[in-house]
Ligand binder design. Structure first.
Ligand code: AMP
Ligand code: MN
Ligand code: MN
Length: 333
């Protein structure tokens, strides 16, 4: 989908009427997932709502500095909610076990997201593929509700904008994104600190991981790729599958039009992260692989082993480029 589907009135009246609200986001949550989750949770609590924020496994370590992170539940027990709100998640499988409980137990589901691959699950939609982050849609919703934005809410939402746009550097940043960021800064969100904490600062273990992963890098026909094996994670002292930002490094290579990182999960499956330059689109391939995402950044979890996953995906990326990686675009083209 490329058109927005924005049921503002239904969404505003649903939260107005609701007493108990479950808010969930996607599994393996990133800064936009957690920033949107915390921002909306804190804003609804200010209005006296009974809110349960939840995501499988809880808030990842590197985002626990955010206000309200302690309140996020890693699991939910069976309960009833008037409304469940799913944030930054393109389909029902992405909201994990806590989402499955909510789908069964909430009277109404609101789906707030910005992925063009969104399946439009749920009854009420706030789905806008033009938004640079789910946090941008959360902000628009609070603005429509005419609710004041305290500093804690602003900080959480600006984290979503900063992380999904890699510091306002992605091609989907619009004047509106910058206007929202300006208002969040005016409400007290510390832009510089959020940039440093979420984009600049890395644990030393990421460098140890890169030492292994960089040795696996291949580059041909415009596609650059690398592998993060369970063995590399172990040697770097990491428990959870992460690429330590490797896909960002690979996609910064000037001669490459597409980048892929293959991360081996503990169960042998492989998480593929895909990136491409403007003018190309990796979201359709991710969808065909059973995942989803945006034109320039998408992903999927596929069967292993690693070598088979590479052999299945890399030729398809090369075929998609079809020799078009030579063309140098002029500014604004
Ligand atoms: P990542 O490469 O994990 O940073 O993800 C890039 C983009 O692809 C994000 O917008 C994710 O939400 C999306 N994405 C990654 N993995 C999946 C998946 N298994 N299913 C749906 N979307 C995904
Ligand atoms: Mn996300
Ligand atoms: Mn997002």
């Amino acid at each position: 989908m490329s058109d927005a589907r924005l049921d503002w009135e239904a969404a505003c009246s649903a939260v107005d009427r609701a007493r108990s609200i479950l808010i969930v986001t996607h599994i393996s949550p990133d800064g936009d997932a957690i920033g949107s989750l915390l921002g909306l949770t804190l804003a609804l609590r200010e209005r006296g709502k009974q809110v349960t924020p939840a995501v499988d496994g809880g808030v990842p370590e590197h985002l626990r500095f955010l206000p309200g992170a302690d309140a996020v539940q890693p699991k939910v027990s069976q309960s009833r909610w008037d409304v469940m709100i799913a944030l930054d998640a393109s389909d029902e499988a992405r909201i994990g076990d806590v989402g499955a409980v909510g789908l069964a137990q909430a009277s109404l589901v609101i789906n707030l997201d910005h992925h063009p691959t969104n399946t439009l699950f749920g009854a009420v939609h706030l789905v806008d593929p033009q938004a640079a982050a789910a946090a941008e849609i959360v902000y628009a919703w609070l603005e429509r509700l005419d609710w004041a934005i305290p500093q804690t809410v602003a900080t959480a939402l600006l984290t979503g904008l900063v992380t999904d746009t890699i510091g306002f550097r992605t091609s989907n940043v619009t004047p509106r994104t910058l206007a929202v960021a300006q208002r969040l800064m005016e409400a007290g969100a510390p832009l510089h600190e959020l940039m440093v904490r979420t984009l600049v600062s890395k644990p030393y273990s990421a460098i140890e991981l890169w030492k292994h992963a960089l040795a696996t890098v291949q580059f041909s026909d415009g596609v650059i790729s690398g592998v993060v094996s369970q063995e590399a994670l172990k040697q770097a002292g990491l428990k959870d599958a992460t690429d330590g930002g490797l896909v960002g490094l690979l996609s910064s290579v000037a001669e490459a039009c597409m980048a892929a990182v293959f991360k081996e999960l503990a169960d042998g499956r492989v998480e593929v992260s895909l990136r491409c330059k403007p003018g190309f689109d990796v979201s359709q391939l991710a969808l065909e692989l059973g995942g989803g995402g945006h034109a320039q950044a998408a992903g999927a979890t596929i069967d292993g082993p690693l070598a088979d996953a590479q052999a299945r995906v890399i030729p398809r990326l090369i075929a998609h480029l079809n020799g078009r990686c030579q063309h140098v675009r002029t500014v604004g083209e």
